[in-house]
Design a protein around this ligand. Structure first.
Ligand code: PMP
Length: 355
């Protein structure tokens, strides 16, 4: 690492991506991708866009996508911010919090990028442990005496637990912090959670982020967005204009717009994943696993008699990849992405064999 970069860069931990194996025969259940492909209409639109205008810069305002998303969510296009995956959208929100005088609050056991962004941007953080049952406790996010958050962020459903927070509880956090931005990261909401987008009219401090990577099966396209009050969105647009004025390329825009237009594919493919999840949960419980209640396209499970890392390694030997986290409180768990019925069947057979 060059000594010419700042100490901040030296303090960063290199990103370790989820394993992306090349072999076809692997059962890959480690990075929460959708097992079924995106809308055929999205693929067709991307193909059409390759022959049409890549020579030209894309629309810096992504108007077509903002209009499509605004229609779908019943909001105004000025209430939508788009970016290259929700990671980039979240990065803009974090940048908008730069030099904030108070700390960003988020759960301890949550999406690992939040502390990473805090480190990169020098944002003070306060982590709040999950309850014993791994749920987010609303009371912990309400101002306590003099201690008040600068902003709050949590995923709903949470990651990697998969556990949802009821909409009434999300609203208690948002309403209890009227002077504070509350970011609800809904990367997995379409698999059974309740979206807080319906609360945006009543709460100008609420920002909700979504992604095309999970429920729309377009992780490779890198599209995400935020929905919120126009004032919040305007702030993100200012950050964007100072960072990269062309966030979405023409192929991503074309594919995303066509995906939003295909509501039937979206609903059907998510319903299939949910049905498979419920079957997998029942099979895992029959094998003695404790499975946290999931409203996501993955489950978080542990076995009372077997070590999580060891089970993960045993599955790997059988060409099945799941995710294990070496972190306090969760190192007995495996996070398992919901694949096809067939893939989940192979997983259950392998676990039966291992146990
Ligand atoms: N939020 C959460 C909670 C996630 O798990 C992920 C995916 N790893 C993201 C955001 C980012 O997803 P993407 O950048 O693909 O939209």
């Amino acid at each position: 690492m060059s000594r010419f970069w700042s100490a901040v860069v030296h303090g960063l931990t290199p990103y370790v991506p989820g394993e992306q194996p090349k072999l076809d025969n692997l059962v890959k259940l480690n990075t929460n991708e959708h097992p079924y492909g995106p809308s055929p209409r999205a693929l067709e639109a991307i193909r059409a866009a390759t022959s049409d205008g890549l020579r030209l810069y894309p629309d810096p305002n992504s108007d077509a996508l903002k209009s499509a998303l605004a229609r779908r969510h019943g909001v105004q296009p000025q209430q939508i911010f788009v970016g290259n995956g929700s990671d980039e959208v979240l990065a803009h929100a974090f940048m908008a919090l730069l030099k904030h005088e108070r700390a960003l609050w988020f759960p301890d056991i949550t999406y690992s990028f939040y502390p990473v962004y805090c480190g990169l941007y020098g944002i003070a953080q306060r982590t709040i442990p999950l309850a014993d049952d791994f749920s987010i406790r609303v009371e912990d996010y309400l101002p306590q005496g003099d201690e008040r958050p600068g902003a709050i962020i949590f995923p709903n459903p949470n990651a990697p637990t998969g556990m949802p927070l009821a909409l009434v509880d999300v609203e208690r956090i948002v309403a209890g912090n009227p002077d504070v931005v509350v970011v609800v990261d809904e990367a997995y909401v379409d698999f059974g959670g309740e979206s807080a987008i319906t609360l945006i009219d009543r709460h100008p401090n609420l920002l909700v982020t979504h992604t095309f990577s999970k429920s729309r099966s377009l992780a490779g396209l890198r599209v995400g967005y935020a929905v919120g009050h126009v004032d919040l969105i305007e702030g993100l647009e200012r950050v964007k204009d100072s960072f990269n004025s062309y966030p979405l390329d023409r192929l991503a825009t074309a594919g995303a717009v066509a995906s939003v237009a295909d509501e039937a594919h979206f609903q059907d493919s998510c319903a299939k994943v949910i049905a498979t999840r419920e079957k997998l949960v029942a099979s895992m419980q029959a094998l003695g696993f404790e499975v946290l209640p999931s409203a996501a396209n993955f489950i978080f499970a542990r076995h009372p008699g077997r070590d999580g890392a060891e089970l993960t390694a045993e599955l790997r030997k059988r060409a099945i990849i799941v995710r294990h986290f070496k972190a306090a409180r969760i190192d007995q768990f495996m996070r398992i992405t919901i694949g096809t019925d067939e893939q989940c069947g192979i997983l259950v057979d392998a676990l039966r064999d291992i146990l």
